[in-house]
Design a binder for this molecule. Structure first.
Ligand SMILES: Cc1cc2nc3c(=O)[nH]c(=O)nc-3n(C[C@H](O)[C@H](O)[C@H](O)COP(=O)(O)OP(=O)(O)OC[C@H]3O[C@@H](n4cnc5c(N)ncnc54)[C@H](O)[C@@H]3O)c2cc1C
Length: 483
């Protein structure tokens, strides 16, 4: 029996892992390897993601050991390390599941050619998406730019393949002088321990992913369409980081949700499952766009926005936004939720991003970078899509004139103010009527709630009406510019 390196990257799971299965199906002994390498050009691993990765690697190693194998870790240039590990383990094959970040894709293509030129068998698989981004194209052969037709094409593209079973046991890789550093020696845990509360919110790794999926299907799926926009409730799946790190495949999620709807005869469950699968398709759409338009991680998709007159000298305002000190309660609640838990509710992501880009006229790339560093689910495809969409410069963009009014959004989606009370405790004494706009509250109401604006809670960072009108004028002039 020969040996095959199975190169783990963003597929940190044993179930439904096509690369691992391919090695086993070929009758080879899989040598699971993880190489800590960041190709120049891609966005470097954010701090919150590094925290997650640390724990996910620990769990993967533990799960491999429980089945008789182990994770071999290396650091450095991926190609050089693969060649070294191939020698070390006398491997004839290298298998991996594909990733779609532009520079990683270029690197992987180079590696595949290099390995094959050296006589090694190198094969890659789709372990991350329902469909390869190149599989779904419009009738004229060009990529989709609008979500709804993309979603329809995805639905028509045939059944989603069934998840592959997890191996029950694994042959031990050959002994080696050294299996490399342990996950803890990669020094992934950020130097500033702001992430102390993360373990209260998350369980990184395949077990946590499976538990979260099961819990969502059992407890929250049926109410998803009603609850998904309410940030005070745990109404969504919170699977995004698990999906990003590949602790769960989209196929596993797809089938679990469909099965739940098929086996439980409950009114509305079918519609609820469709509503959730549609969100999962946004993830596919994000990857489709990143694959076909790789420059959009930094450049606006709509070229007219390349010359957008963003403000300069905005550092102080950017910092207030990052720290949740804008004086606009729902924005501050979201930014503090992000800092404390590494995650922010989708509706609030849109509201905070809209305030930054439209009311404050701060470039969307600044917001994208902050999210990138602080989100445990930071994902180049989804983050780029979310920011370009909110800034109105992407494909399928929210109409540019859609400037979220954070007060109205708060009143609609957090009507009793419980989301604000949780994350902005200094406002917790305010009645629901005023909690989303403390600056309009009568003096005695503020006094009664012990809120002193400009003292224990900031005055609003910007006049919402005036800044909206100003933004509309600018967006109008950019949109009307010749293409
Ligand atoms: C400005 C901005 C930045 C964002 N950055 C990221 C990011 O870095 N990483 C990330 O995974 N998502 C990002 N999103 C999308 C979305 O907010 C999160 O995927 C979602 O909040 C995750 O929570 P959940 O798993 O409970 O979602 P659920 O509502 O349970 O959705 C299920 C899954 O579908 C996918 N999904 C849902 N909504 C979207 C969406 N709008 N775009 C793409 N995929 C989606 C996610 O994988 C999610 O886990 C961003 C959105 C905005 C507006």
């Amino acid at each position: 029996m020969g040996n095959a390196l199975v190169w783990f990257r963003r597929d940190l799971r044993l179930a439904d892992n096509p690369a691992l299965c391919a090695a086993l199906d070929a009758g080879l002994t899989p040598v699971p390897v993880y190489i800590h390498d960041e190709p120049a050009g891609d966005w470097p691993l954010g701090a919150a993601s590094a925290w997650w990765l640390h724990h996910s690697l620990m769990e993967l190693d533990g799960n491999l050991r429980a089945l008789g194998s182990r994770l071999c870790i290396a650091r450095g240039d991926s190609e050089a390390e693969l060649l070294r590990l191939r020698e070390l383990f006398d491997a004839s094959h290298v298998f991996w599941n594909r990733v779609y970040e532009p520079h990683s894709m270029q690197r992987d293509a180079r590696i595949k050619t290099g390995l094959r030129n050296r006589g090694l068998a190198a094969s890659s698989f789709n372990g991350q998406l329902l469909r390869e981004p190149r599989e779904l194209l419009k009738a004229d052969g060009t990529p989709y730019r609008v979500f709804t037709p993309f979603w329809k094409a995805l639905q028509k593209s045939g059944p989603v393949r069934s998840p592959l079973p997890a191996p029950r046991s694994l042959p031990a890789p050959p002994p080696a002088e050294s299996d490399g550093p342990g996950p803890e020696q990669l020094a992934l845990l950020p130097a500033i321990p702001w992430y102390r509360a993360f373990p209260d919110h998350w369980q990184p790794g395949e077990t946590g992913a499976g538990d979260a999926l099961q819990q969502f299907c059992a407890d929250r799926l049926s109410d998803y369409p009603d609850d998904r926009d309410l940030p005070a409730l745990p109404g969504t799946s919170r699977l995004s980081a698990h999906l990003h790190f590949g602790e769960l495949s989209p196929q596993q999620a797809w089938h679990a949700v469909q099965q739940e709807a098929a086996t439980r005869t409950q009114p509305g469950l079918l519609a609820a499952s469709e509503s959730w699968l549609r969100q999962l398709a946004w993830r596919e759409f994000g990857h489709h766009l990143l694959y076909h338009f790789p420059d959009t991680t930094d450049q606006p998709m709509d070229a007219r926005f390349a010359a957008f007159p963003w403000r300069t000298g905005y550092d102080a305002d950017l910092q207030r936004w990052q720290r949740g000190q804008t004086g606009i309660p729902i924005v501050d609640a979201g930014m503090r939720e992000l800092w404390e838990s590494g995650w922010m509710h989708n509706r609030v992501r849109m509201i905070t991003a809209s305030l930054l880009t439209k009311n404050l006229l701060i470039p969307w790339q600044e917001g994208a970078r902050w999210f990138w560093d602080t989100l445990v689910d930071a994902d180049l495809a989804n983050n780029t899509l979310g920011w370009q969409w909110t800034a109105g410069c992407g494909v399928d963009a929210a109409p540019y004139f859609r400037i979220f009014n954070p007060v109205r959004q708060g009143e609609r989606f957090d009507p009793d103010g419980s989301y604000i009370r949780r994350w902005v405790p200094e406002l917790s004494g305010l009645p629901a009527e005023w909690i989303h706009r403390p600056w309009s509250a009568p003096r005695e109401v503020l006094d009664g709630a012990a809120v002193v604006l400009g003292d224990n809670y900031p005055e609003p960072i910007v006049d919402l009406q005036q800044s909206r009108a100003h933004a509309l004028t600018i967006w109008d002039s950019v949109k009307n510019a010749a293409r």
